[in-house]
Design a protein around this ligand. Sequence first.
Ligand SMILES: Nc1ncnc2c1ncn2[C@@H]1O[C@H](COP(=O)(O)OP(=O)(O)OP(=O)(O)O)[C@@H](O)[C@H]1O
Length: 281
Amino acid sequence: MSYALAIDGISKSYGAVRAVSSLNLRIAPGERVALIGASGSGKSTLIRLASGLLTGDSGEVRVFGEAIQRSGKLTKDARKIRRRIGLIFQKFNLVNRMSVTSNVLVGALGRISELRGTFGFYCRADREAAYSALCQVGIEQHAHKRAEALSGGQQQRAAIARALVQRAKVIIADEPIASLDPKSAKRVMDILADLNKTQGITLLVSLHQVDYARAYFDRVVAMRGGEIVFDGPSSKLTPEFLTELYGASAEELILPGQAGPAETHQPMTRNDAPAELTRAH
Ligand SMILES: Nc1ncnc2c1ncn2[C@@H]1O[C@H](COP(=O)(O)OP(=O)(O)OP(=O)(O)O)[C@@H](O)[C@H]1O
């Protein structure tokens, strides 16, 4: 079977610090997995290794069967393979002064010529895909605004729309809701869960908030000291179990029960597309 993500024996050290240590992880297509752990446990490093943003000291990462890195080097196909991964960060990673649409269209860059991308010559199909993605995340009414004019939650939804335009088969998100208020956080998690259910997009999402891991994920991987110390059902994440895993550090993982259950996200219906999206070059 070709796993969406297969990580074998990956390690990464910074000097004497073993940020990730001989770690193995397999995620099947369509699975959704939460990655939890106290600060410094290695979540971000693992996410960067999994997406090929960082090379390990050893080990291998395969995405749908194709190696993106092996023995400390990116493979020659790494760029192509990375296109299957939509990356979402805590700080959204949008270009503030560009419009929401232009930011979302960045997702198409991997499959159009450099020249067309440089001059923003997107075809009608790309613009329709961008509009459709904005509708799916419910911010099509903000398409023409600068990214910086959007709230944090809306910016994160634009980042998800960019991953949709990219046609990502896996979304890897590093603390996507850490900067958001609870209502926006729920909306973002609802959208990610909806994409997983309706489009089969595989999810690997790091979270500090254990209550969200329990509400949205069946499977949770918990890290400590660069290693996986638990891989199993989220229902096991009781305060007692977290204290067993993390001792006093368990307090920084917001314990279950502090946020209400999520409202179901209803994808927006298609209205008239803003001109910016329908204008084909
Ligand atoms: N660029 C770096 N240089 C030196 N040490 C690093 C670097 N990146 C991470 N580390 C160290 O590696 C370990 C794992 O860090 P990492 O950021 O992966 O943890 P994390 O679980 O994501 O933490 P947080 O929840 O605080 O973001 C930590 O001890 C950290 O200090």
